[in-house]
Design a binder for this molecule. Structure first.
Ligand SMILES: Cc1cc2nc3c(=O)[nH]c(=O)nc-3n(C[C@H](O)[C@H](O)[C@H](O)COP(=O)(O)OP(=O)(O)OC[C@H]3O[C@@H](n4cnc5c(N)ncnc54)[C@H](O)[C@@H]3O)c2cc1C
Length: 423
């Protein structure tokens, strides 16, 4: 075995796996095997489509540590009080019971690309013919000086949904009268380009109702952001005077935090904050990086037509972890990419027909009650990248009925995509 192609999540994990004398599961069933790492928008969709469309012809195992998956999509609406936490929680029960997916709740800690096996934290080793890697994002250590995950209780990111979402919501609701909410926005590329700005809208909505003298400050390292004119118009109309955004020209990229003192230093000016939402710089989920699938961008280059890794043709990478071209890092995009990969994998393993890859995406955002906006596009696979074909965006000055229709559309999309992921 070539040791340089064995990739583990760290020496301790590798040692644990070795000492545990791992059993290689699933050998000898005769069916081709697909292992999927990560049960989010990309991974759950891929697992479901491969199992469903191969009608039992492919043995699919999904590795995901969480028993319940909380979608990041619509988690901002939970913060705004428009949804309950329970409404964004989903289980893997149907994938197992209705679609025959072998759901294993564990962490993948190593990928041996020569042996074509995945090692789990519990010690098991899963063989694969094709591997799907959809681990989402991790944060770049040190990208916001003063912050690391040990400070995520004092200064939550709420960029992986669940307890972080509830914590941030609680902190906003408990803010002292007239207090300051600060967001440290991330540099490109990052998960959900409109996400931070939809969140600002939701925070402003809550504060307008409960704490109207409170202020919101956004420190942003980017010149521009998604749907900027639409957001800024909405903020002016609905939350006039409450929100201030400092872009890079005003020091928004020169920030450090002190979670113990609850202060934020922006370009040398120290601000006392009641709540600080730190959204750090991002990279592909750690397992993808450690498997040697990421490039110098921190994300994983892929072949657009099949979503195969450019580092290993037996591995398909999906969603936020990819460096693929023009698609934003969104749940809609991950779901769309997963269907392309599922078709390619079935084609390779069972000889089923493979059609040309087509991708779509729409990102909806809520600015204020029933005031929805959207941006979207279709894409095709070229040699180099997933390339945008054509797109659309909500317009300034749309009437309330149009905005309501866009919001209703987003509610229908949420229901559709979560059924597409989890059955
Ligand atoms: C606030 C916010 C709002 C958003 N709103 C929208 C929206 O309105 N529309 C939209 O389309 N998108 C939205 N998104 C983006 C969307 O959530 C992500 O783009 C999408 O979830 C990416 O899918 P994924 O499969 O790449 O990763 P994820 O959905 O994050 O799934 C990754 C999974 O992999 C698992 N995992 C990680 N490492 C391992 C490992 N070693 N072993 C096993 N499992 C592992 C994780 O536990 C996780 O469950 C939003 C994001 C945020 C933060």
């Amino acid at each position: 075995m070539k040791r340089d192609r064995r990739h583990f999540l760290g020496a301790t994990a590798a040692l644990t796996a070795t000492l545990a004398a791992p059993t290689v599961w699933g050998q000898g069933s005769g069916r081709p095997k697909v292992v999927v790492i990560g049960g989010g928008a990309g991974g759950a969709t891929a697992a479901r489509y491969i199992a469903k469309d191969s009608d039992g012809g492919i043995d699919v195992t999904l590795v995901e540590p969480s028993r319940d998956f909380y979608t990041c999509f619509f988690s901002n609406l939970v913060i705004g009080g428009f949804r309950e936490m329970a409404s964004i929680r989903h289980s893997y029960g149907k994938l197992a019971s209705e679609f025959g997916v072998n759901v294993v709740h564990d962490w993948a800690i190593g990928i041996d690309r020569d042996a074509k096996t995945v090692t789990l934290a519990g010690g098991a080793v899963l063989p694969y013919d094709r591997l799907v890697v959809s681990p989402g994002i991790d944060f770049v250590q040190g990208s916001v000086p003063g912050w690391d995950v040990s400070a995520q209780h004092a200064m939550p990111h709420a960029y992986k949904a669940g307890s972080q979402t509830e914590l941030l919501k609680h902190q906003i609701e408990a803010m002292p009268e007239g207090g300051l909410f600060c967001m440290i926005a991330p540099p490109n590329p990052f998960r959900c380009p409109p996400g931070p700005y939809e969140r600002i809208s939701m925070v402003a909505h809550v504060l307008k109702e409960r704490n109207p003298t409170a202020k919101i400050l956004v420190a942003d390292p980017k010149e521009k952001f998604s749907k900027q004119a639409l957001f800024e118009d909405g903020w002016e109309t609905h939350y006039g005077g409450m929100i201030e955004r400092l872009g890079p020209d005003f020091g928004g990229g020169n920030v450090s935090v002190d979670p113990a003192a609850m202060t934020v230093d922006i370009d040398g000016e120290v601000n006392e904050v009641a709540v600080c939402n730190v959204i750090p710089k991002q990279k592909a989920g750690r397992i993808a990086e450690l498997a040697g699938l990421a490039d110098e961008t921190g994300f994983c280059p892929v072949v657009p037509a099949t979503m195969q890794s450019r580092m290993d043709e037996n591995i398909h990478v999906l969603g936020d972890a990819t460096n693929q071209g023009d698609m934003p890092k969104s749940g809609f995009a991950a779901n769309s990419q997963a269907k392309v990969a599922a078709m390619a994998i079935r084609g390779a393993l069972t000889g089923s027909k493979v059609f040309p890859a087509k991708f779509t995406n729409t990102c909806w955002s809520l600015i204020s009650p029933e005031n929805g906006i959207k941006v979207g596009a279709t894409y095709e696979a070229t040699e180099d990248k997933i390339a945008k074909v054509d797109g659309f965006i909500s317009q300034l000055g749309e009437d309330a009925d149009q905005r309501m229709e866009t919001f209703v559309e987003s509610v229908g999309w949420y229901s559709g995509i979560t059924t597409d992921m989890f059955g």
